[in-house]
Design a protein around this ligand. Sequence first.
Ligand code: NAI
Length: 467
Amino acid sequence: MTKRVVVIGGGPGGYVAAIRAAQLGAAVTVIEQEKLGGTCLNVGCIPTKTLLHTAELYRTLLKGKTLGLQMDNLRIDWTALQNRKKNLVTRLVKGVDSLLKANEVTVIAGKASLTKTAGVEVNGESLPADIIILAVGSEPVKLSFPGSDLPGVIDSTEVLSLPDIPKSLVIIGGGVIGVEFAALFSSVGTEVTVVELASEILSVTDKELAVKLRQELSRRGVTFRTGASVEAVEANKGMYCARVLTGDKVETIDGEYILAAVGRRPRSAGIGLEAAGVAMERGRVIVDQHFATNLPGIYAVGDCNGSVMLAHAASAQGVAAVEHAFGETAAYCAGTIPSCIYTTPEVASVGYTEEELQRQRISYSTGSFALIANGKALIEEGQSGFVKVLAHSDSGKVLGVHMLGPRATDLIAEGALAIRVGATVDDLITTIHAHPTISEAIGEAALATKNLAIHLPPKRGMKGGPE
Ligand code: NAI
């Protein structure tokens, strides 16, 4: 009998799960309360990266002379850029809609909820389902301090559609969202201050990458306050004045806007999950390794289970959940999920960080290759970057790859594949990388784990180098 699959949420977790279920022969319905594509496509990855692309291009072109370009009167047309962003988003949302139609997936507009008997209800009607996939996503965490509800205190959705380029911006939170917007607005001339609670930005990123990115952003004028928090915000003549506490030092920093980027939380409230008996913990839906909840036939994928809040992880979980529900052998390899930050320079990581390896007492060797010795990186002005390969000391298996530099977010796929197939540094070394490309640095970093990099002077006294 044809299985009836109902997917709640049409973001990258939900719509991909729906297509996979249709491929497996199910009768599939997706219910979406806003727009197909979810946060990622509408108010996340795609619009942010569209704005970042132009902002970084602008910053690069401003240095025209060093690139052999002569330009007069270069400026940003913010309205045209906002329109480009809207058009791109609309085009991609339509693409998702067409794909769902092509797979004969029914799309219902409305807010779905679970009934007390764990059925699905939408627009006052109940929908029969054999399998339910919850893919309801997340929303920005709201801070609560005096003044946090002022109109100038905005979140990562509102900041995407500002009417003009702000003169100044205070960003609360130096996580992925915070640094991406710091890069974006500092590139277009906004005075940016990032206030981060922890002692370093990007707390889950490899420390060396985080430090280097902070230095790069500082060099272009971003001010950082680490170990700091915003205690209160006051409105003052069209500006917002943030009271920032760093240790026991208090200062006030003005911003045309105050952007709160302090994390996201699962959007799991008010849709009947508790009443239906779905097990939850602080808003996140608890799932097993197959993304199954405690209730039979109900799965939760993507941000709402709170495991990894990334679009590509949500899609992979959607596929894995559906395949498990259909009795297929699903392969979900969490260790291959790349983490990418779309600043310039780009930052990308996959696998273990050095800090994790040290915590878990796994013995490893490190090979680093600075992009200053890579011709293509110099051409692309990526000389401040580096590639770091972490390998198991005994087996030589690749445990982690961390990169900072041009197109790191694309190049990291090689590291992800290496981890997926259990490749060793020798596999990376004997894979021939094209010249001139930045990918050569991956092979060189792998060689550097043995002190054998070709384009680096050998480290004296080390294995592989001169005595
Ligand atoms: P995050 O968890 O990455 O960073 C939040 C930061 O705010 C942390 O460093 C935290 O220490 C700091 N913080 C928390 N409370 C604070 C306070 N009161 N004052 C100052 N700092 C405070 O969260 P973020 O950046 O909001 O991103 C949310 C989610 O979206 C993350 O899971 C992220 O991975 C995902 N995302 C991924 C992107 C990508 O892959 N390129 C882009 C944007 C978001």
